[in-house]
Design a protein around this ligand. Structure first.
Ligand code: BG6
Ligand code: MG
Length: 213
């Protein structure tokens, strides 16, 4: 087998919660009087921490905020986001994603989540995958977010595997950089396919089967 383990980003890879991040930040931006918060701005929020994502929004206003006010704004955005997550169900797990994961598991390849999010376990529970992965490395066990490789190196450790035996699947350029820096091969989806450092580029999630099975 080419890889003994696969580490999946969550938002924008396993499910479309990247869209909810965008909508929640846009709602906060509008409350701050920012009318031109776009998907292009949102691209830079992929993979990075909640507070760094807030800075992408605040770049678009001249208003100044204290650290305490920034924490309150990030918390407000997270409330909007969690309201959207609460509406999710197993129907939000696409068939091609579930079928591909099942096929990978059936081959005995170990699988983990490697996500910067502190909402990762809540999302996994909404889509019925909380107990599905062999390991979860997320915003609760890291001190540095992507493009730092920590979330992936810890996922590999949790799986008991060396990074060179694992593949990282990502939709964020910051995630591809994190994988490369950590010594992982990477498979890019969506906007991450533009990153020159990706090992593979996928058109659909199920393209993974041709690489790893
Ligand atoms: C990543 C998203 O998965 O999680 C980022 O791509 C987000 O945009 C980060 O900032 C942190 O997520 P959360 O859910 O803890 O705010
Ligand atoms: Mg992502």
């Amino acid at each position: 087998m080419k890889y003994d383990g696969i580490i999946f980003d969550l938002d924008g890879v396993i499910c479309s919660t990247d869209e909810y991040h965008y909508l929640a930040w846009k709602k906060l931006a509008e409350k701050l009087g920012i009318k031109d918060f776009t998907k292009k701005d949102n691209e830079r929020q992929r993979g990075v921490s909640r507070m760094e994502s807030l800075e992408v929004v605040l770049e678009k206003t001249d208003k100044k905020f204290t650290q305490e006010e920034k924490v309150a704004l990030a918390t407000e955005k997270n409330e909007y986001y969690k309201q959207m997550l609460a509406q999710m169900s197993k129907k939000d797990l696409a068939d091609d994603v579930k079928d591909t994961l099942d096929a990978i598991k059936a081959k005995g390849i170990r699988i983990a989540i490697g996500s910067s999010s502190k909402n990762a376990k809540f999302i996994l529970s909404r889509i019925g995958l909380l107990d599905y992965f062999d390991a979860i490395s997320d915003g609760d066990n890291i001190t540095r977010t992507k493009p730092d490789p920590q979330v992936f190196t810890m996922a590999a450790q949790f799986l008991g595997l060396d990074p060179c035996r694992c593949l990282v699947v990502e939709d964020a350029e910051a995630g591809i950089m994190a994988g490369k820096t950590g010594g992982f091969d990477t498979a890019a989806l969506g906007s991450a396919t533009k990153c020159p450092y990706a090992t593979y580029r996928l058109s659909t999630f199920s393209d993974l089967k041709a690489i790893v099975l």
